[in-house]
Design a protein around this ligand. Structure first.
Ligand SMILES: Cc1cc2nc3c(=O)[nH]c(=O)nc-3n(C[C@H](O)[C@H](O)[C@H](O)COP(=O)(O)OP(=O)(O)OC[C@H]3O[C@@H](n4cnc5c(N)ncnc54)[C@H](O)[C@@H]3O)c2cc1C
Length: 495
């Protein structure tokens, strides 16, 4: 065992890199996420070449597949107060952005082993939805399952989100799903042998307009009816929960101490490792390119590594679901919208809850490593599969954050990135059978809250698929509702 440090910012050793390789995380992006190398102050400037050399020497990939990880702005750690001073024209849409990351992965990363020729269930998308579903199918005895993922695990929204989990919702369906998910998260380590760092420090919502204040008040009653202990709190109480929080312009605040924050990547690793142990296949760097369809059924899923015959296909490709559905001539109403997010240098823990100004979509929390992690929606963001980062975001976010938490002005931003929300017209998911293509099941449209919904939705979806028992969820949120007009709008959306 070698204790030699290879990333001194994050104390990552040669043994840690070897451990990642032994778990099957062999490309640089995956090794970075699994070990944390390159995520500290220097952002990989001093260690990336050494890690890449070790991966090339000891892992299965050849040099064309040993690529540097996506660089994240800013180039150097930069104070939030400096970004907050950048002028922003609120009327202008965000332009430019680096890098665009449209999700092309070089052929050198493709596994060389052949794909299975058939499987009972093919799941498209190795994000939290697809993997949680595969896991839940295995618990019910179905292991003839292949998960197809175009990139590395964590390449999609599941690897790019804020890790917030909350029961404060505006509809009974979402409150109940979130409650169940949080219960499942509490036992994740026991069930799957990996720590997902659930910290129930609460969610503190603030409203700065009358309409949003009324919404918070109305929803508190609904939460309490469903056994969620949300309460409206005073400014003093909010300041006690987060020392130094300013409540400038805040008209109302709600707090549920049982909401919290998790570490998202560990979910994907936990689910994927479980599936592999059960003999299921999780095929990364495998791009779905089309379908063979006859007699109103999908017969085969086409990929850039060959075709797989199947009984059932599940479309769980997040923001990419509409473009994949189109390959089967199915139109989904989902629209991808970029959401940007950033992380600072670590600080001594002082922010217990995830704090959000619901009107502006500002949110921030403190990660288990002490970093302030946060984002903010942009009303000027056009629809599109864009995962680039902009100066406009970091400037808008820093200004809004310092309005609520002025004491962090000198804290430095280490990195920013972006992912896509998978937005539907009523902010609720698309689930269940596809009209006219019965064995294509939909599992997308989770906007900006799919991570916290995944454990509960996947549990019910697996049960429904295996037993065929009626479950109202797959009717209520079926694709048909967009033509019948039976929409149930969720209005507790951040961003
Ligand atoms: C900035 C940001 C912050 C967020 N914050 C939160 C939060 O605090 N709490 C929360 O609950 N949710 C949050 N979300 C939302 C949450 O991350 C998503 O709802 C959730 O991860 C969706 O999971 P998924 O599996 O449906 O999609 P994804 O994780 O996007 O997975 C879909 C996968 O499909 C793959 N794919 C695409 N095309 C193909 C193809 N042709 N072939 C094979 N595979 C393909 C992609 O590579 C991707 O990995 C946030 C999202 C963003 C972007």
């Amino acid at each position: 065992m070698s204790k030699a440090l290879i990333c001194s910012c994050e104390d990552v050793t040669v043994t840690d890199i070897r451990h990642a390789l032994s778990r099957g995380y062999c490309d640089v992006e995956s090794v970075k996420r699994y070990t944390g190398f390159g995520t500290g102050m220097c952002q990989g400037k001093s260690c990336q070449a050494a890690v890449a050399a070790l991966i090339a020497r000891e892992g299965p990939l050849q040099p064309p597949g040993i690529l540097p990880f996506t660089p994240r702005p800013p180039l150097y750690p930069t104070e939030l107060s400096l970004f907050a001073s950048v002028p922003v024209n609120p009327a202008e849409p965000p332009v430019g952005g680096v890098p665009q990351e449209l999700g092309t992965f070089p052929p050198a990363l493709r596994p060389t082993a052949p794909l299975p020729q058939k499987a009972k269930v093919v799941i498209i998308g190795g994000g939290v939805m697809g993997l949680a579903l595969a896991y839940n199918l295995s618990l019910r005895g179905e292991t003839d399952v292949v998960v197809l993922e175009r990139g590395y695990l964590c390449a999609g929204a599941s690897g790019r989100n804020g890790g917030g989990v909350r029961m404060q919702w505006g509809t009974p369906s979402n409150i109940e799903l979130a409650k169940r998910s949080i219960d499942l998260m509490k036992q994740f380590a026991r069930d799957l042998g990996i720590n997902i760092w659930l910290r129930q420090g609460g969610y503190l919502f603030m409203a700065k307009t009358e309409a949003v204040a009324r919404r918070l008040e109305r929803n508190v009653a609904l939460h309490n009816k469903h056994g969620v202990p949300t309460r409206i709190i005073t400014a003093d109480a909010a300041r006690e929960i987060v020392p130094g929080l300013t409540l400038k312009g805040v008209l109302a605040a709600s707090f549920n101490p049982e909401d919290g924050v998790i570490f998202p990547w560990a979910f994907l690793w936990g689910y994927a490792q479980h599936c592999l142990k059960k003999g299921m296949k999780v095929e990364t760097f495998t791009n779905v390119t089309g379908f063979e369809i006859s007699g109103g059924q999908v017969r085969k899923v086409r990929t850039d590594r060959g075709d797989i015959a199947c009984d059932t296909v599940v479309l769980a490709a997040g923001a990419w679901s509409p473009e994949i559905a189109r390959l089967a001539e199915v139109e989904l109403p989902n629209e991808p919208h970029r959401h940007e997010i950033l992380s600072t240098e670590p600080l001594k823990p002082f922010v217990g809850p995830l704090v959000s100004v619901l009107d502006s979509g500002l949110y921030f929390s403190q990660s288990m490593r002490g970093e302030i992690v946060g984002g903010m929606g942009d009303p000027k963001e056009p629809a599109g599969l864009n995962m680039g980062s902009t100066l406009r975001f970091v400037a808008r976010f820093s200004e809004a954050l310092l309005e609520q938490l002025p004491q962090v002005g000198h804290v430095k931003v280490l990195r920013q990135w972006a992912g896509c929300y998978d937005v539907t017209p009523d902010n609720n998911p698309v689930l269940g059978r596809t009209p006219g293509l019965d064995n294509l099941l939909q599992m997308s449209g989770f906007v900006g809250h799919g991570f916290m919904m995944a454990p509960a939705v996947a549990e019910r979806m697996a049960q429904w698929m295996i037993t065929g028992e009626h479950d109202e969820l797959f009717h209520r949120f079926n694709l048909r509702r967009f033509t019948s007009g039976h929409l149930e709008r969720e209005d507790m959306i951040i961003g």
